[in-house]
Design a protein around this ligand. Structure first.
Ligand code: SF4
Ligand code: SF4
Length: 511
């Protein structure tokens, strides 16, 4: 464990450093304008910092949130520090602050780097459009796969901000066609373009909201997920019937876990994260809008389902059936068991204490999110979801080792990450005691003296005294299989033996 804690600490430090290093204005000024020897403070209207070499103006640095703070997916604007030279050419661009969950759990650093690098060399006289066929007067750039809305917001923010700075500082905004466009008209044109490309909810427009078109675009994925959730609901409603058919339950559960990992996880990238929880709380505390959550339909549907099942069944429905990383750990462990690899479990007293760790991590992330959702998003890399599910292991250094280490641990200790470290699991466990029903059956002999279910439970959620701890249960239904099995459950087995004996005695008498 100390080695693991050390690895965790290193990981936190690694995600911490770039955030601070990259945000220093001086460093970026020198990066965007290599000849620069001085930078003025941010001043003027709109705010911008002038960059000089020996008193000669080279260009400006601007923070997009000072000029065009367009709310993005998280409901908060993304801050980019942009370099604009005196000829109106973008000389550099860096995302210095954001609260976008998708940039943390859904987009690789390389993809984000590739996206922002496309703005270098773009003239303020041009319009930039994302994807599609080339158009005269426009520079076409690639979007960000899986984060099209965030890319659109960044494009609108950057182009609007640079045009406003250019207009105010006398940088020509006329096109290179020779046709003179008045500066104000160019800014108005930029505004019009932003308005045309932007989700309606940015401006309170009465036209069709942007999220509706996203839902339409992903209709078949929505249909597949909805069918899967309907199947899962049927499984949960008929859990007793299934638990009495262990072979069928094993096939159904393994099949569902494979679906969860392959479709929900690797294909649709719909891995829920603690960052969604923190963003939601943040939105409740500041400016809440349903539209910003509706822009990712699969995540929205999953959260809706999780909220409902939390009330009825507790956290286990998500952790035991719908979490792609949880499913992968479980599948790996099942395979290891088939290969005869021995499982190692911590003694109950150690296990109970270790389960508290995930709550500590969640509370730390929550505290951090109150200060800055951006920092919390970085620290949430304690979840290996981005590395394993979203980036398909194409990641370097410590992130890869960390994720691989957790999967290795899952071979020997079932769902190690879920039991002890997952902040999302902790966030889901906190409201678990509020659930309305207790659907998992217990006998009075459970725990006193029988320990069979407690030993079988994949996440050690059954206390030695026999009660199921709803905060830890992953709803695998293994204990329910034993509950109905008159060959494994001792009280039931006794009844069966008594029944068989009396039947045999009756048969003897009747002979
Ligand atoms: S504890 Fe975390 S990783 Fe495990 S299944 Fe739940 S959400 Fe997924
Ligand atoms: S064995 Fe029972 S208590 Fe343990 S996780 Fe599965 S359903 Fe929950």
């Amino acid at each position: 464990m100390p080695v693991f804690a050390y690895l965790l600490l290193l990981l936190m430090l690694q995600v911490w450093q770039p955030l601070h290093a990259a945000t220093t204005v001086d460093a970026l000024a020198r990066q965007y304008f290599p000849q620069a020897d001085s930078v003025s403070p941010f001043e003027g209207d709109p705010l911008a910092a002038a960059v000089y070499r020996q008193g000669k103006l080279l260009g400006y640095l601007l923070r997009t949130t000072d000029i065009a703070p367009i709310p993005a997916y998280s409901g908060e604007p993304i801050t980019l520090l942009v370099g604009l030279d005196s000829a109106g050419i973008i000389s550099g661009l860096e995302v210095t602050r954001h609260s976008e969950p998708i940039l943390v759990v859904g987009v690789s650093e390389q993809d984000l780097r590739h996206y922002v690098d496309q703005y270098r060399g773009v003239s303020v006289q041009k319009q930039v459009k994302i994807g599609g066929a080339p158009r005269e007067g426009y520079v076409t750039i690639d979007g960000i796969s899986g984060a099209s809305i965030t890319a659109m917001v960044m494009n609108a923010t950057v182009m609007k901000a640079v045009k406003k700075v250019a207009e105010s500082r006398g940088i020509p905004l006329s096109g290179d066609s020779g046709m003179l466009v008045p500066a104000t008209a160019a800014v108005a044109q930029a505004d019009a373009e932003v308005a045309a490309n932007a989700p309606a909810w940015w401006f309170g427009s009465s036209s069709e909201p942007f999220w509706v078109s996203v839902w339409r675009e992903r209709v078949w994925q929505i249909a597949v997920l909805s069918c899967a959730l309907a199947v899962l609901t049927v499984i949960l409603l008929f859990q007793d019937w299934l638990a009495r058919r262990p072979r069928l339950l094993r096939v159904v559960r393994t099949g569902f876990l494979l679906f969860t990992f392959c479709f929900i996880g690797w294909y649709a990238l719909a891995q829920l994260s603690v960052i969604h929880v923190l963003t939601f709380i943040n939105a409740l505390l500041h400016q809440f809008s349903w539209e910003s959550f509706l822009v990712d339909p699969l995540i929205f549907i999953l959260w809706g389902f999780v909220a409902l099942t939390l009330l009825l069944w507790g956290r286990g429905v998500y952790c035991g059936w719908l979490c792609p990383f949880g499913a992968l750990q479980e599948l790996i462990h099942q395979l290891a068991q088939r290969l005869g690899i021995r499982e190692y479990r911590f003694p109950d007293v150690v296990h109970e204490r270790l389960t508290a760790l995930k709550y500590v991590i969640f509370v730390a992330l929550f505290g951090l999110s109150l200060q800055s959702i951006g920092y919390a998003a970085k620290a949430a890399e304690v979840e290996p979801f981005k590395t394993v599910i979203v980036m398909h292991f194409i990641r370097d250094g410590l992130f890869l080792w960390y994720a691989a280490g957790l999967l290795l641990l899952a071979i020997f200790n079932r769902k190690f990450f879920c039991k002890y470290l997952c902040p999302l699991g902790a966030a889901l466990a906190i409201p678990a005691p509020l659930r309305i029903f207790d659907w998992l059956r217990r006998r009075k002999e459970c725990g006193r003296p029988c320990q069979i279910c407690a030993i079988q439970c994949e996440v050690q959620a059954i206390r030695p005294t026999g009660e199921i701890n709803p905060n830890e249960c992953h709803y695998c239904l293994d204990c329910q299989v034993t509950y109905w099995d008159d060959h494994h459950c001792p009280p039931l087995s006794e009844k069966r033996i008594r029944r068989e004996k009396s039947r045999a005695a009756l048969e003897l008498i009747n002979k």
